[in-house]
Design a protein around this ligand. Structure first.
Ligand code: THU
Length: 150
């Protein structure tokens, strides 16, 4: 992806951070997901008094995009920190990495971890989820159209 696209995506995640609903951990996370058609879906973590229903920022963004019919994803920018102030790179949890693996190419999908709008690190999905388990591991009949728009 171009440096301009990376900056744009990080900026959108950054602007979303104040919306995070994290009254329990007070660790606010935001994500911006870039689709193949250039559209961007943002998400943030949504915690719950019962704790386990909490949904991460990354999955919030994926759910919004998938419900809108998107299936082709190029990159996601993620930022987060205590009380909404990033002090370090915020890496996606294992569950979110696995959700990415369902819909994204391990080598082409880019994950941008932003500590500030200017300072970020880029990883491929394969780097963050080596030897992952995806739809194709279930056999040829399951390969389907998981990477195509519906
Ligand atoms: N969190 C995310 O939203 N994304 C991640 O990948 C890491 C963790 C959220 C979940 C919870 O609301 C808070 O951060 C503390 O774990």
């Amino acid at each position: 992806m171009s440096p301009d696209e990376a900056r744009m995506l990080i900026q959108k995640a950054w602007e979303t951070l104040p919306r995070a609903y994290a009254p329990y951990s007070r660790f606010h996370v935001a994500a911006a997901l870039l689709c193949g058609d250039g559209s961007v879906y943002t998400g943030f973590n949504i915690e719950n008094a019962a704790f386990s229903p909490t949904i991460c920022a990354e999955r919030s963004a994926f759910v919004r995009a998938l419900c809108d019919g998107k299936r082709d994803f190029r990159a996601i920018a993620i930022c987060g920190g205590p009380d909404g102030t990033p002090v370090d790179f915020c890496a996606p949890c294992g569950v979110c990495r696995q959700v990415m693996r369902e819909f994204c190419s391990p080598d082409d999908f880019q994950i941008l971890l932003a500590k500030s709008p200017e300072e970020f690190r880029t990883f491929s999905l394969r780097q963050l989820l080596p030897e992952g388990f995806g739809p194709e591991n279930l056999g040829p009949s399951k390969r389907g159209d998981s990477h195509a728009d519906v």
